[in-house]
Design a protein around this ligand. Structure first.
Ligand SMILES: *[C@@H]1O[C@H](CO)[C@@H](O)[C@H](O)[C@H]1NC(C)=O
Ligand SMILES: *[C@@H]1O[C@H](CO)[C@@H](O)[C@H](O)[C@H]1NC(C)=O
Ligand SMILES: *[C@@H]1O[C@H](CO)[C@@H](O)[C@H](O)[C@H]1NC(C)=O
Ligand SMILES: *[C@@H]1O[C@H](CO)[C@@H](O)[C@H](O)[C@H]1NC(C)=O
Length: 357
């Protein structure tokens, strides 16, 4: 039993290696870590056997206790990406075996930008939570705020403020893959784009932090308040990043190391750290294109009455849709009967399901 599971893992890893070796130089290695979510990590697995790049294995050997956070960060990123895009033509579908984002990781589009940002943010989030939970020796709560605050306004910092510095540092170290000596020719354009968007993802954690307070004082009078900074739930980070995605900026190939906006009228406006940048226009994701790794929207469920992206018109790209009637049976009109059981009726409803042609 033990033997066969380690064999299937080996098989899985070699498949992963095969997939990644066919990717352009920019992304080879650095994304193997997604595989961690499916391998099932424990410190006992040993860093050498995990799907990591050489640099990441090195980090892993020195800090094996961080593996659980890496796996959690990857899980957060992937699942939030799916949630944010569940109604869109590109729905952030990932391949399960081996785990990955396919072509979108290297296409240089807005979707590439989102993937890099959310994965980098996921890692900051998971590591920071682990710091605050007291699971780490390198980091804990933010102590820089100390006992300061505003006594006149009746509040002071206290409790455990999330310290994102360590998580941010770790996310950079784990994901960023930039060679020390960046050349000025175009070869590493995609690399620089990805790095920028990963950083935008990390910034999102800082931007969505909020302050929570608790009241003290006689009979809840709130004479004194203790406040602390917390990172937002990851869903909030996800929708923040989705907004950034909608407002992504197309850039031109770098001439002198810096990216410039493609839009003529806005060339002079500098690109901020929080903005997503992309090089290539996205395909419309309507029709299956194996060469581009696009699944198309055929067979996707759509909403006939919605005017949004999940509406049949937009999602099906005007091709029309099929309607099926699905019988749905559930317990209903449940009554509590004295004493002690619940009696329900069986209710049947017929629902129309629409799927894209
Ligand atoms: C902290 O460590 C405990 C025990 O290893 C684990 O169960 C928990 O999930 C960790 N918490 C975080 C936020 O990483
Ligand atoms: C960076 O690369 C250039 C050209 O490839 C080379 O001339 C230069 O010495 C390198 N600098 C460092 C610090 O490695
Ligand atoms: C995402 O799209 C693909 C391709 O159209 C489809 O197979 C998959 O079921 C979709 N996933 C979800 C969660 O809707
Ligand atoms: C379809 O869209 C309408 C309008 O946006 C919404 O009220 C309804 O709940 C949606 N139906 C489903 C099944 O999602």
């Amino acid at each position: 039993m033990e033997k066969s599971s380690s064999w299937s893992r080996l098989l899985h890893l070699s498949f992963l290696a095969l997939l990644l070796s066919s990717q352009p130089l920019c992304c080879r290695g650095s994304w193997m870590w997604l595989g961690i979510t499916s391998v099932g990590v424990s410190e006992k697995t040993g860093c050498a056997n995990l799907p990591l790049s050489a640099k990441q294995k090195d980090v892993c050997r020195r800090k094996p206790y961080l593996l659980a956070s890496v796996a959690e960060g990857a899980r957060l990123g992937v699942s939030e990406c799916r949630t944010q895009f569940r109604h869109e033509r590109w729905n952030c579908s990932t391949t399960r075996e081996p785990p990955g984002f396919g072509n979108e990781l290297t296409s240089g589009t807005k979707e590439t930008a989102f993937i890099y940002a959310i994965m980098a943010a996921g890692l900051v989030h998971a590591v920071t939570r682990s710091c605050s939970a007291g699971n780490m020796t390198e980091c804990s709560c933010d102590t820089t705020l100390g006992g300061s605050g505003s006594p006149t306004e009746g509040w002071h910092w206290g409790g455990c403020s999330d310290d994102i510095a360590y998580g941010t540092w770790f996310s950079r170290r784990f994901i960023d893959n930039m060679p020390k000596n960046v050349s000025t020719n175009g070869d590493d354009t995609l690399l620089v784009m990805n790095q920028h968007n990963s950083e935008a993802g990390r910034q999102a954690i800082a931007k969505t932090m909020s302050t929570d307070c608790r009241c003290h004082g006689v009979s809840g009078s709130c004479a004194v308040k203790t406040c602390w900074r917390t990172i937002a739930p990851f869903e909030r980070v996800g929708s923040y990043l989705k907004e950034r995605y909608e407002n992504s900026v197309q850039v031109m190939d770098r001439s002198k190391r810096k990216f410039r906006r493609k839009e003529k009228e806005q060339r002079r406006t500098p690109i901020s750290r929080e903005e997503f940048i992309f090089l290539n226009k996205s395909p419309n994701y309507c029709l299956e294109d194996r060469r581009l790794g696009v699944a198309g929207t055929r067979g996707r469920r759509c909403n006939r009455t919605s005017a949004g992206p999940d509406g049949c018109n937009l999602l099906c790209c005007g091709r029309g849709y099929n309607t099926h009637v699905v019988r749905h049976v559930e317990r209903c009109e449940c009554k509590f009967v004295w004493c002690c059981y619940v009696r329900c009726r069986r209710c049947e409803t017929m629902n129309d399901i629409h799927t894209c042609k």
